[in-house]
Design a protein around this ligand. Structure first.
Ligand code: NDP
Length: 280
């Protein structure tokens, strides 16, 4: 596994395992299979309703805790100082862990949902900074933050977010946001890197995959990591779990990277930080 170094000095695996819709017994088995096949980063969230299954999958793998990298997230309806502390304790208990490697604000407060969205994000962040200082979280970060949410947070933050986890795949790149995160030393992590399968029939991606004798999914994931962005594909299928981490013995050329960089928008989830809970 390759690692990146975050702005707080901690290392994070470049490829991780997503767990949205990995629930119950199937979820436990998928997480264990992922760890047994070499994944070290597991990405969950309170809203996925699977933190207990993820915790069981981790235990069943028999890989020592310190070799694993566990991310979970605070749901957007629970922002605020006191609720952050409460929700974090709940996640830790469900996962049956002593600490979390990366804790994220899942979505920013926005004007539609919070009377003072800037304050809600600031209060949440203050609680997370305290939990980090207490040693209960190694790194703190955000998810689905646009530039304006980051700029507002940075006005009062003592700790610069280590990560911004955003939708990022060949059909939806958010290049300006990625540039802004890079400028602020915030590492980008790509969610739905396969656009939940919606981009896998694209003929340009298919041609590139054929040239490298790989799957289209592997091309998408390789493209993400060649951008120095962390990738967390999800699968409940053992052969895909294996395939999605097998990314290190081929390389996309500069031309192929550009071809993918310039694909039209496709497969966008329709989810936006400013309009949640609606989609466009
Ligand atoms: P992905 O883009 O990872 O796609 C998952 C889908 O693709 C599943 O249906 C899976 O099917 C299928 N798939 C996986 N591998 C392959 C393959 N090699 N070939 C063909 N199909 C494949 O979608 P997710 O939305 O799950 O995103 C990944 C992770 O990102 C999530 O699980 C979650 O951890 C995180 N996330 C974070 C969000 C946020 O707001 N911060 C939002 C959304 C996701 P199958 O399981 O049947 O194999």
């Amino acid at each position: 596994m390759k690692y990146l170094t975050l702005n707080d000095g901690h290392s994070i695996p470049l490829v991780g395992f997503g767990t949205y819709k990995c629930t119950a017994q199937e979820g436990i088995q998928s997480v264990t299979a992922a760890i047994e096949n070499g994944y070290r980063l597991i990405d969950t969230a309170a809203i996925y309703g699977n933190e207990d299954a993820v915790g069981k999958g981790i235990k069943a793998s028999n890989v020592p805790r310190e070799q694993l990298y566990i991310t979970t997230k605070l749901w957007r309806e629970n922002l605020g100082y006191a609720s952050t502390k409460k929700e974090f304790a709940r996640s830790l208990q469900k996962l049956n862990l002593e600490y979390i490697d990366l804790y994220l604000i899942h979505w920013p407060a926005n004007a539609k949902n919070y009377e003072n969205w800037q304050q809600a994000n600031t209060d949440t962040w203050r609680a997370m900074e305290e939990l980090q200082a207490e040693g209960k979280i190694k790194s703190i970060g955000v998810s689905n933050f646009f530039k304006q949410h980051l700029e507002a947070l940075l006005q009062t933050a003592n700790v610069v977010p280590a990560v911004n986890q955003i939708e990022f795949h060949p059909g939806y790149r958010q290049q300006e946001l990625v540039n802004f995160c890079n400028f602020k030393t915030i590492t980008v992590e790509a969610w739905s890197p396969l656009a939940r399968g919606k981009i896998l029939k694209n003929t340009i991606l298919k041609d590139i995959a054929k040239k490298h004798n790989t799957s289209v999914a592997q091309v998408c994931l390789r493209w993400v990591i060649q951008h120095k962005i962390i990738v967390i594909p999800k699968s409940n299928t053992t052969h895909r779990i294996k395939e999605n981490i097998d990314l290190f013995d081929f390389e996309l050329s500069t031309l192929e990277m550009t071809q993918i960089d310039t694909l039209p928008k496709m497969g966008f989830s329709g989810e936006l930080p400013d309009i949640w809970p609606d989609r466009i």
